[in-house]
Every structure is written in structure tokens, then in C-alpha cells.
Design a protein around this ligand. Sequence first.
Ligand SMILES: Nc1ncnc2c1ncn2[C@@H]1O[C@H](COP(=O)(O)OP(=O)(O)OP(=O)(O)O)[C@@H](O)[C@H]1O
Ligand SMILES: [Mg+2]
Length: 307
Amino acid sequence: MAKDIVVEIRNLTKRIGNKTIVDNLSFDIPKGEVFGLLGPNGAGKTTTIRMMVGLMSITSGDVFIDGLNIRSDFREAMKRIGCIVETPEMYKFLTGYQNLLHFARMSSDISRERINEVVELVGLKKRINDKVKTYSLGMRQRLGLAKALLHKPSVLILDEPTNGLDPAGIRELRDHLRKLANQEGLTVIVSSHLLSEMELMCDRVAVLQHGRLISVKRVHDMVSGTNEQITVFDVNQLDHAEKVISATVNRPAETTNHGLAVRVTREETSQVVEALVAAGIKVYWVNVRTKTLEESFLELTGDSDLV
Ligand SMILES: Nc1ncnc2c1ncn2[C@@H]1O[C@H](COP(=O)(O)OP(=O)(O)OP(=O)(O)O)[C@@H](O)[C@H]1O
Ligand SMILES: [Mg+2]
């Protein structure tokens, strides 16, 4: 096992009755990575996570956390995991701090210093002495995060952490997770069915469909990919411009609401601009439409059941 691999999933399978819900998943996650489980509803994300954190039995296969097999070394392995799978239970009439104190007392050796440290980490210092019932959803979520971090886990696992958060809340969560991964070396696993979120939040994503692993990819590679990009030229004299573009790159340009779209390389883009200007056409904008994760997902699965 490579030294910095923190999570190792080997042939993980869950069958219920005659239905295979999670089918032979294998992947590794190194220290300090934000890793996404991406897939549509029913793909098996929650089931995978529940098996990883011991909330559901494993039919076959193995999960190793810091090299510890969760089947044979359950307690030790669980000490290294912090998770929020279902909405964490908090006592609404206690303050955030009192809640953390309560959870800290339930496990051994968590100091007051550690409580203060996690409060600081999740950015809840100002409101930590207010009652939880006065918290917004985003603040409750941060308190949940603080709770999950109390025992200094090496892996943080969050099932659909952005559910119910507004865009600002999602952004904050993303920044927190990134900070935890970069500064604390925490390995983070998040699940989502939302491509746009995973694209911004994760280093790599595992694409799941019908319980199977379609691929594990670096988000950057999924989004950038090839050298040719669909490029939209916002110009005047559309008919004339279309002729100039197709003559320059030897392929037709398509008229869209935003201008003429054509698949070109970086080099061709400059040739097109030059030709347009030489033909007396005004070029207002040139926009490259990078492939979205959604388009990449469709290429991988041939399926469009993602939102
Ligand atoms: N206890 C269970 N008994 C029978 N089937 C189950 C059970 N738990 C989950 N399933 C089925 O397993 C499949 C995967 O469910 P899972 O909850 O893991 O998906 P998910 O990817 O988390 O979906 P979502 O995006 O909706 O949360 C679904 O078809 C679900 O109906
Ligand atoms: Mg789920």
C-alpha cells in the first residue's frame, strides 16, 4: 500500500435480496484529497458511505482506513472517521458549545482546547454560545462538521452535504472543506448528484451509476480534456461572417443566440479572428465554451439521468 493512501476500497459489494445495490467498487484516496462520489438518485452513494462507516453490513469486499480493515479492526478504523450521514442530532435548547461539550464527553480524551480548535476551524466562534435553535441551516451544518471533527479523524465523510444550503452556504462549505484538506491534511469524501458542485468542490470524482463505478477522474481532466473547444464568435454581419469562418477552418459554423459557434483549436481561433477583421467584420466577444462536467458525464455513461 502506498504510504499516503488513507482510504482503500476493494471490491466493495452490497446485495439486498437478489438486488446488487453496490457492485464491486474499488478505488483509493490519498491523504488531503477532496474526493467525490457522483451519481444520480439511487446510484448507491449513500449505501457505499453507510458501509464505509459501519452503519450497514458489507456483503463482500473490504474497506481500509489508514490501512485498518473495518471488518477486522472496526473500532480502531472508526476512530479515524468523522462522518455526517444523516442530519446530525443536536440539542436545540443548548448552545453550540454545550452540544460539542456533550459529544466530547461521550468519547474519551477530547480536550476543551480541541473543542475551541474545531469551533475556530469551522468558523462558528461568534455564534458558538448561542442556542442551536437560533442557528440557520448553514450554521447547524457547521456545528455538525465541528462535531465530526472533534476526535481528529483522518477521513471526513459527508453524504450530500450541500442539501438545503443556499449558494453562499455551499460556497462556505466548499471553502471549509478545502481548508481542512489543504491545511490539516484531512481526506474528505463527499457525495452529490449535482455535477456543478462536484466540479467546484472535488479534486477527483468517482462516477457511480446503478451501483457500479463508471470511472474515477480528476475533475480538471473531465472539464478541460481536448484541445479543440466549441468557441462562440459574437460578430456583426452573421451571414458574411459564417462564410469567412467556414472558409478559414473548413467546417461550418452554427448560428446561436450568442453568435457563431464552431469547434476550433486555440491556433484556429486567432486565424478566425484575423480573417473576420480582414473581411471588415466586427468581433465583439470570443467565448470558449469549456466542456461541463455534465457533458463529460454523458460521454462516460451515455445516460442523461443527472440533474
Ligand atoms: N435497505 C434497503 N433495502 C432495499 N433496497 C435499498 C436499501 N437501501 C437502499 N436501497 C436501494 O439501493 C439503491 C441505492 O440507494 P442509495 O440510497 O445508496 O442511492 P444514492 O446514490 O444515495 O441515491 P440518492 O441520490 O437518492 O441519495 C436504490 O435503488 C435504493 O432503492
Ligand atoms: Mg443518498
